[in-house]
Design a protein around this ligand. Sequence first.
Ligand code: HEC
Ligand code: HEC
Ligand code: HEC
Length: 359
Amino acid sequence: MVIGWKQTTVLVLGAAVAGLFIAWSGLIGISASTGHWKVTDWFLHWAMRSSVRTAAIGTEVPPFHDGMLPMAAGHFERGCAICHGSPAMPSPAIARGMLPVPPDLKTVIPGWTDAELFQIVQHGVRFTGMPSWPVTEREDEVWAMVAFLRRYPELDASSYGRLAGHAASSAHEPGRTPETCNDCHAPDQLDRDSLIPRLDGQSQTYLRDSLAAYAEGTRRSGIMAVAIQSLTERERDALALHFAEKSAFDLQTGPPPAQVGRGEQIARFGDPGRRIPACLSCHDRENANPAYPRLSGQPATYLAAQLRLFADARRGGGPYRALMERVAANLDEQDIDAVAGYFFARKPIAVEGASRSGN
Ligand code: HEC
Ligand code: HEC
Ligand code: HEC
């Protein structure tokens, strides 16, 4: 007998109705407490591994460096340990009731490649509770997390605590106090290669605008979005006031030395032929608009990373961000490294009690 399209349609519709009926009857268990059958468990995991492996094909892995680790560790403490536990804390009881249970990452990470870890952390895992990265516009934060996960299996409680800042070891209220910001932003922990900016030396206006931009999503950072997620606008403003201008900067440029490096050349004079304005015409000068950030003394790697984000129109920012996008669009890779190195070397002068807020 030949099965025609009529019979096929009836069969397909019948199967669909039967499926709906079974779901409606309530016979399919959805409770997490009973777990999956072994075969379901095996199948779901196999499907997930295959999907991640395929997604990872062609993903280019950037070089890793130690400057990526502290911000990723600080974020892990806030955004991942609540489900996966950490070297400083066993897996929380509430997460052990999830289905599937979030695995102890120490044991599973060696089974994944860097590109696969990137796919998992960037996109999350559907139907499991494993969330995607809070912002989708940039990849550099996720790569920092992958660099950290590579190191993760060898970390013990104290080496983890050192990387993640002291939130990992103390019980202060998360997110609200300047100390929790200093888990990542403490200036003495930030060297040339850091991807975390210094907050001291910035104006209250710039800090307030930046925090508002993270909260509203006009500046995109999954790490900062999570770090301030529980703060009200008033609490953000209080923190901006707290961190504003705790150190003074040497704003004198002096006469140009006989030999000016490329970074200083761009900072002082720009490159009019390539439509690059002098950075110092807006930044780090007396009477500058307080909405323009100070650059001197910021980690070179941070500055370069922000310039690349601006150049790709991925950074976003506060009310004047469009000005900076236009500037960065004309910088090439060598310009970026040179000018970032120049501003890092213009160290701020630490002055005790220079804070305007008096605390
Ligand atoms: C709300 C809970 C939750 C949070 C928060 C969470 N995860 Fe997960 N994660 C899970 C669950 C559940 C799985 C298991 C997925 C599976 O078995 O397919 C998982 C799986 C993973 C895996 C794959 C491990 C494997 O072999 O199955 C990695 C890697 C991972 N998570 C990293 C992270 C990182 C990094 C963060 C923080 C940025 C994070 N997770 C935040 C719940 C969470
Ligand atoms: C887990 C680490 C971490 C924590 C905790 C953290 N930050 Fe950040 N912060 C970062 C990183 C990384 C960036 C750079 C993000 C980007 O690329 O935009 C940043 C950027 C900022 C900026 C923008 C500065 C600039 O020069 O543009 C401000 C302002 C800021 N943070 C304030 C805070 C405050 C206030 C707190 C405490 C509530 C805090 N941060 C907590 C890691 C952290
Ligand atoms: C017309 C004024 C203007 C000029 C010229 C200018 N900038 Fe900017 N720049 C800005 C503004 C405004 C922001 C703040 C954007 C925001 O986050 O809202 C900014 C932000 C930055 C940041 C991010 C700092 C941080 O803490 O995140 C860097 C890095 C930067 N500029 C580098 C440069 C360099 C290098 C040059 C010279 C090639 C330059 N800028 C020239 C206006 C300018």
